[in-house]
Design a protein around this ligand. Structure first.
Ligand code: 1PZ
Length: 215
């Protein structure tokens, strides 16, 4: 049964989830956003145990969001827009320094949002890469351009070590389980604009409310 599960795993399905994230009036549905992240974590875990310190943190943050979605205020956490409104109006966010609300939806989702930018940059590099491109270099470049600025030295170091454990481009494409390289490239071309839009919508919302630096 496990084998069958593995075979069914396909990065296209994971990325497709991000398509369903945006409603008609451009709200970001948290259940789908979280489902997208679950798939990404599953993908990352299939790359090997060196990545488990990264996926552990992602899993913790996913769980915080799931808890918000199953608590008594679940309805306020339907979309990122409704969450921001609810948490701000009720003073449920630490705005300047960490304090009473270490698990606020706003600060937790911001971490995933920043990681989504890394994903976008990395997948774009993969999409335009050539056979001899190095995944660890693409990954590190994407990281340095995005997430790294929010991480302390020790995490940047650890991330750098993990990147060296990434499989090479051919294996990486195989693990994605999307088909031959041309199909991977085409799939990424379809998926990236959608991920990018989810990122942009969230970025604008957070920027409008001055939430981009939440501690
Ligand atoms: C496929 C290769 C995977 C490379 C992933 C590149 C990202 C490296 C990130 C290293 C983060 C490691 C551990 C934890 C960091 C946390 O301190 C921060 C801030 O949270 P806080 O401490 O403020 O609560 N967490 C994050 O920045 C969220 C990181 C999520 C990383 C998800 C990666 C998803 C990978 C998808 C793979 C396709």
């Amino acid at each position: 049964a496990d084998n069958k599960e593995d075979q069914k795993f396909c990065l296209r399905e994971v990325l497709d989830v991000f398509k369903s994230c945006l409603t008609e009036n451009k709200e970001v549905v948290i259940d789908h956003y979280v489902a997208g992240w679950r798939g990404l974590v599953r993908f990352m875990n299939s790359l090997g145990s060196v990545f488990s310190f990264i996926s552990k943190d992602a899993v913790t943050k996913i769980q915080i969001m799931v808890n918000h979605r199953s608590g008594e205020n679940a309805k306020h956490y339907a979309t990122i827009q409704s969450m921001v409104k609810y948490e701000l109006e009720n003073g449920l966010v630490d705005l300047t320094k960490q304090g009473s609300f270490p698990t606020s939806g706003c600060r937790t989702l911001l971490r995933l949002h920043r990681a989504l930018r890394w994903l976008e940059l990395f997948l774009e590099r993969l999409r335009t890469s050539t056979e001899d491109s190095k995944t660890c270099v693409m990954c590190a470049d994407a990281y340095n351009e995005s997430l790294a600025q929010y991480h302390p030295w020790i995490i940047r170091k650890a991330a750098g070590v993990a990147f060296f454990a990434l499989p090479g481009r051919p294996t990486f494409f195989e693990v994605m389980n999307v088909g031959p390289p041309e199909q991977v490239v085409a799939m990424l071309g379809d998926a990236l604009p959608l991920i990018s839009e989810v990122y942009q919508v969230t970025e604008e919302l957070y920027s409008k409310h001055n939430l981009l630096d939440l501690p």
